[in-house]
Design a protein around this ligand. Structure first.
Ligand code: SAM
Length: 232
């Protein structure tokens, strides 16, 4: 372990992981980078503003939404060119995993700038590790497309993948997903990891049809990581 704390480097993009529901999950290094950087590029400045307030951090915020991402990447690159130390955060978790961070990272690397990870919370890792399905081999899918036909095709294409499948899903589509999985993966073990790191964290385990029956009886809220065990 390197206990030394080198100063932040000019012209570097720091990918700072932030809590996915439990404020205690921010790392000491994340706090230092947020305190010492020149500017924080945030997915939602209001959301990040609350996090910063909680830790008494006052810092200029630059917003980058999915819609103006291309333009914001340019602004971030221009600031890197000027030598700024930039912390990039998303609403929750590790920037770059199923969020707009990926595009900024690609742009920064293509422009020749240094990108450093400041690792921490990530819903994928939290759900997979506590889910109880095999972790030696897994395939991260992220969000499925929204359109029914495309979802079905995507799920079908995943049938032959070895290892545990890991998906992200919103509460609005979890029932739809379980109906689709009952058709495509009827015999597989599924884990719904809900509200990870929060007060009402819950792991629901069963075959897709069993879980569908559970959530139809008791509507469940919150964000989900959905794990699908390997085929037999
Ligand atoms: N970059 C983030 C990460 O490192 O996990 C993920 C961003 S993605 C836009 C948001 C999705 O992550 C949610 O829709 C949900 O599927 C999952 N997620 C985030 N926080 C979660 C939590 N506390 N419990 C379960 N799933 C969560």
């Amino acid at each position: 372990m390197d206990a030394q704390l080198p100063p932040l480097q000019p012209g570097t993009l720091y990918l700072v992981a932030t809590p996915i529901g439990n404020l205690e999950d921010i790392t000491l290094r994340a706090l230092r980078v947020l305190r010492e950087c020149d500017v924080i590029a945030a997915e939602d400045t209001r959301h990040t503003g609350q996090l910063l307030k909680r830790f008494d951090i006052v810092k200029p915020l630059l917003s980058y939404f999915q819609f103006n991402e291309a333009r914001r990447s340019e602004e971030i690159i221009e600031r890197l060119r000027r030598g700024d130390k930039i912390a990039l955060v998303t609403d929750a978790g590790s920037p770059g995993i199923s969020d707009p961070g990926e595009r900024v990272v690609k742009a920064a690397i293509a422009a020749g700038y240094r990108v450093e990870s400041v690792p921490g919370p990530c819903a994928l890792v939290a759900g997979l590790t506590a889910g109880g399905l095999p972790t030696d081999e897994f395939h991260f899918v992220g969000f499925l497309p929204h359109k029914s036909g495309q979802r079905r095709n995507k799920l079908e294409s995943l049938k032959t993948i070895r290892g545990t499948l890991v998906l992200y899903e919103s509460p609005y589509r979890i029932e739809k997903l379980l109906i689709e999985m009952s058709a495509v993966f009827p015999g597989r073990k599924v884990v719904l990891a809900r509200e990870l790191t929060k007060k009402f964290e819950e792991f629901l385990r069963g075959k897709p049809a069993e879980l569908l029956a559970v959530i139809q009886k008791r509507p469940v809220r919150g964000e989900f990581v959905v794990l699908v065990g390997p085929g037999g």
